[in-house]
Design a protein around this ligand. Structure first.
Ligand SMILES: Cc1ncc(COP(=O)(O)O)c(C=O)c1O
Length: 372
């Protein structure tokens, strides 16, 4: 090798649009916090990543145990596709299983976007949308929010001739805002049929009965609609990574072409089948969550803090110097999510916990604010 030859920059090997990506920053993990702050993992409370404070259905551990003897085989999707198909009343051909719903979002981008295209999403949207769009070299069009919520009229007006995908989360993360389904339906109706609407319902299970999503029934009417759902939240399977998309069979087939053949692993699918069966567990998650949201909201009110009306399993609150408050909470072993990288430097996002978690967090927050 000629040592005098100038080493090319490795970064230059990647296209400019990849070099421009800001990596996704996940919530701090418990082991990382323990290492960095010298804390005992047992005393750390994580309320940062919208995970389930109830763990999973006990049936999940049983299903994983039973499936352990089959891990030397490549996974088979049939059982999970059948379970979802029966539960949702859709044909298996309409389903796209994902390694988490993040995978489904990425499959939509990979199947339909090219570098000349654009995708529309809202200010304060889930950061994976700009990420998957940018990773393809397509252009992201960010539409200003109204308050903290998705402005559907402005989103529809932002669509350009080269726009291929519009991403909307309902409820939205990290704000927790919600758009009435009738408004979303009108939105899908008025958009050109030549583009795809990805409706991300990661937090749909937490909505009260009168706001539950009707969108699966829309798929027959709107062949350009992709509904993305996850088992990471109310089903408590975040660490196993199972999500799914529901779409017109032609759309689903195109997305399935670009996925890895075995993108969801065997144990995850066995767990998912068991979790989907346990409706009582999900009902419990919903009621614990509703009570927890109320505890947190009332706690913020006592502290004179403004929070955004929540619709998921988290609540977003304005605390002022959020970076400082975040660090104070961290030193007490309470991990929440700062939102500066979402353009909300004064807010923290807090995942609902069990009553004792919510109380511990609120006490630590009062101390961090100097109000205790
Ligand atoms: C709005 C939204 N969509 C999708 C996801 C992805 O979840 P997962 O990939 O775990 O299914 C999340 C997770 O935080 C989310 O907040």
């Amino acid at each position: 090798m000629d040592v005098t030859e100038k080493q090319p920059s490795l970064a230059d090997l990647a296209p400019a649009y990849v070099r421009a990506i800001s990596p996704y920053v996940p919530g701090k993990s418990i082991p990382e916090t323990a290492r960095e702050l010298g804390l005992d993992v047992a005393n750390i409370l994580k309320m940062a990543s919208n995970e389930s404070p109830l763990g999973t259905s006990p049936r999940v551990a049983e299903a994983i145990q039973a499936a352990l003897g089959e891990v030397h085989y490549y996974p088979d999707r049939f059982a999970l596709e059948s379970a979802l198909s029966a539960k949702l009343g859709v044909a298996a051909e309409s389903l796209v299983l994902g390694n988490g719903s993040n995978d489904v979002l990425e499959l939509a981008a990979r199947a339909f976007l090219t570098p000349g295209d654009s995708a529309v999403y809202s200010q304060y949207c889930f950061l994976v949308y700009p990420l998957v769009v940018q990773a393809i070299g397509a252009r992201g069009i960010e539409v200003p929010a109204r308050g903290f919520g998705t402005d559907l009229d402005a989103m529809a007006k932002a669509v350009r001739p080269e726009t291929k995908i519009v991403f909307v989360a309902n409820p939205n993360n990290p704000t927790g805002t919600f758009n009435p389904w009738k408004d979303l339906r009108r939105f899908v109706e008025r958009l050109p049929k030549r583009l795809l609407v990805v409706l991300d319902e990661a937090y749909g299970e937490y909505l009260p009965d009168d706001l539950r999503s009707p969108t699966v029934a829309w798929i027959g009417e709107f062949p350009n609609l992709i509904v993305a759902r996850t088992l990471s939240k109310a089903y408590g399977l975040a660490g196993l990574r199972v999500g799914f998309g529901i779409a017109h069979p032609e759309v689903a087939e195109l997305m399935n072409r670009v996925r890895q053949p075995f993108n969801v692993n065997h144990l995850a699918m066995a767990a998912a089948c068991a979790a989907l069966e346990d409706e009582a567990f999900v009902a419990k998650c919903r009621s614990v969550n509703a009570a927890g949201l109320e505890e947190l909201r009332a706690g913020f009110e006592r502290l004179g803090l403004e929070s955004i009306a929540p619709h998921g399993n988290f609540i977003t609150v304005r605390v002022g110097d959020a970076a400082r408050i975040y660090q104070s909470l961290l030193r007490e072993g309470v991990i929440v999510r700062p939102l500066a990288n979402y353009g909300m430097p004064e807010h923290l996002r807090v995942t609902v916990g069990l009553p004792e978690h919510n109380a511990r967090f609120l006490e630590a927050l009062a101390r961090a604010l100097g109000r205790s």
